[in-house]
Design a protein around this ligand. Sequence first.
Ligand SMILES: Cc1cc2nc3c(=O)[nH]c(=O)nc-3n(C[C@H](O)[C@H](O)[C@H](O)COP(=O)(O)O)c2cc1C
Length: 194
Amino acid sequence: MPKIIDTIRTRKSVRQYQKSKLSMRLIEQLINSGRCAPVSMDDHHPFFFAVEHREILDKISDYSKKTILADLEKGKSQHYKMYTKILMNPNFDIFYNAPQVIFIFGDSRNPHFVQECSFSAMNIMLAAHEKNIGTCMVGFLNEGFMRFLNKRIIMPQTYKFTVALSVGYPKGKNKSDKRRKKLYQYLSRDEIPD
Ligand SMILES: Cc1cc2nc3c(=O)[nH]c(=O)nc-3n(C[C@H](O)[C@H](O)[C@H](O)COP(=O)(O)O)c2cc1C
C-alpha cells in the first residue's frame, strides 16, 4: 500500500501530549508542508503562526471558554451546548496542553481563504503523523482571542483566523480507532439520471 494512503488511514486526533517541544526545524517543516497545499490565486495566501508560550496559550484557552459560555447564556452558538460541562471545567485546556499550537490565518481578500487554510491544515496534520507527531484541530476559538496575539504579530487587518492545530509528541497510545460510517455511494456512468 502506498505510504501516503497508510498515513491518511492511520492519522487520528491526539489529545494527550508529552511536555517536550518540537524543534524549530520540525515546526518549520510542518509549516512548509502546509504551504505546499493548493492555493487559488497568486497572492493573499495563508499565514502561519506558531505559539509555544504556555502563558499565552492558557490565556487564549480561558478567554475562548469564557466567551463561548457567555454566548451560550445569551442563546447564541447553541451547537456548543453539548460541551457546556467541559467548558466550565477550569482545568480544561482547549489545546489539550499541547506544547505548541499552529494558528493559520487566511486573507479574506481571497474568496477561497477558508479552503486554502483547511488544505494547509490537512497537509500539516498528515506530515506530522508521518513523523509520529500528534495533532488536533481546535474548534473552540473565535476571532476574539486575537487581542492576545495582536501585540506579538503584525498582520494586515484583512487576515482572519481560520484554523488552530495543537501539535506535540503523543503521550501513550492513541486508542481511538473507530471506523467511519460509509457515507458515499459510487455513481457509475450507468446510474447518472437523464
Ligand atoms: C473544524 C474542526 C474542529 C474541531 N475541533 C475540535 C476541538 O475543539 N476539540 C477536539 O478535541 N477535536 C476537535 N476536532 C477533531 C474532531 O473531533 C476529530 O477530527 C473527529 O472526531 C474525528 O476523529 P479523528 O480526527 O481522530 O479521525 C475538530 C475537527 C474539525 C474538522
